[in-house]
Ligand binder design. Structure first.
Ligand SMILES: Cc1cc2nc3c(=O)[nH]c(=O)nc-3n(C[C@H](O)[C@H](O)[C@H](O)COP(=O)(O)OP(=O)(O)OC[C@H]3O[C@@H](n4cnc5c(N)ncnc54)[C@H](O)[C@@H]3O)c2cc1C
Length: 303
């Protein structure tokens, strides 16, 4: 039973914003894979929905003039993982998108919905946090940009105003150039399960590929919102890319995370997993960076 008071179909971004303004309390619906579950369960019973599903201008991936990767908010997980620009520059995001749900969810679910629901278990969120993605919000005053660290306000809550929509996710070139990454999702089942914990690493090595120039590491479900592991990064940056450095970074993760007890796993088990996942993701990211897989360079930038 879907108890919906009204559903409005936006025919442009500005129309969507206008509909949200004129219907306070209305919810945006994109793919609907979260929203419709909530309506059916009664948590959003009697809601007014503003559908942005038909706004094709918000689908797809492009490279901006400044080299930034721009991912439209309505881009589906299947599209993200198959997109040539994603595969070339940030293959780890496709790897994360491939772990979401089953094929039907990956076809209908959008990357925008994955970060706008505000949940810490969202599979693409840790990779976007690790790449310091920038969110493009569009509201009555037009578009403005918000760093992903400020997008997540609290568990299930984002900085989006009630009359704004997320229109794009931007990965600056400096953030992704010359990096290779790896994502691991630990779940209780192999498929169709929410992450017990997820971990995304990306790494940039020195030109001779012996030193870790820059490690970025982030987790889902290691805190109320997707969490960056700054201590772990500091333990690795500027150090030799070897097993000793990886171990120090992995142990430092315990200073960064605040996992909780839930029916899926205890906080102690999540902490154990977080250290092991850091070992594995960083080791694999180093191996991929050495092979040059999933990397790109800034022309003349020496990265
Ligand atoms: C069976 C099943 C399995 C799932 N498995 C996983 C999984 O393994 N990993 C995972 O991460 N998720 C999973 N999900 C959750 C869900 O599929 C994802 O979170 C998906 O990304 C939601 O995208 P959507 O477009 O369907 O969002 P919707 O349901 O349309 O919206 C989700 C939320 O975001 C808001 N919203 C959406 N787009 C915008 C926008 N552009 N601007 C402003 N607000 C917006 C909506 O108002 C709503 O609050 C699963 C869901 C189901 C039903």
């Amino acid at each position: 039973m879907y108890d919906i008071e009204a559903i409005y179909e936006a025919d442009s971004v500005s129309h969507a914003v206008e509909l949200l303004r004129s219907h306070p309390g209305a919810r945006v619906i994109a793919g609907g894979s979260d929203v419709l579950i909530q309506v059916r369960e009664g948590r959003l019973a009697g809601t007014v929905l503003v559908s942005i599903h038909c706004l094709d201008e918000l689908r797809g991936v492009c490279l901006a003039e400044d080299g930034a990767l721009c991912i439209g908010a309505l881009t589906s997980f299947s599209h993200v993982s198959a997109d040539p620009l994603i595969r070339r520059h940030i293959a780890v995001l496709g790897e994360a998108a491939d772990t979401v749900g089953g094929p039907q969810i990956r076809n209908i679910g959008t990357i925008g919905g994955n970060v706008c629901n505000g949940v810490t278990s969202a599979d693409t969120a840790s990779t976007l946090v690790a790449y310091e993605a920038v969110m493009e919000y569009t509201g009555p005053e037009g578009a403005h940009r918000v760093p992903i660290a400020k997008h997540y306000v609290a568990a299930g809550k984002t900085a989006l105003a009630s009359d704004e929509i997320l229109t794009a996710i931007i990965i600056p070139q400096e953030s992704y150039a010359g990096t290779a990454g790896h994502y691991i999702k630990y779940a209780m089942r192999e498929a169709l399960d929410i992450a017990t914990i997820g971990c995304s690493a990306n790494i940039r090595l020195s030109v001779d590929r012996t030193i870790i120039e820059r490690l970025r590491l982030a987790y889902g479900v290691a805190g109320p919102v997707p969490t960056r592991a700054f201590s772990a990064e500091a333990a690795a940056n500027g150090k030799v890319a070897d097993a000793d450095t990886v171990e120090k970074a992995a142990q430092a993760v315990l200073d960064d995370i605040k996992p909780r007890n839930s029916w899926r796993a205890s906080a102690a088990f999540r902490s154990h997993l977080a250290v092991e996942m850091a070992r594995r993701t960083i080791t694999e990211a180093i191996a991929r960076a050495r092979l040059g897989a999933g990397t790109t360079t800034i022309a003349g930038g020496g990265l």
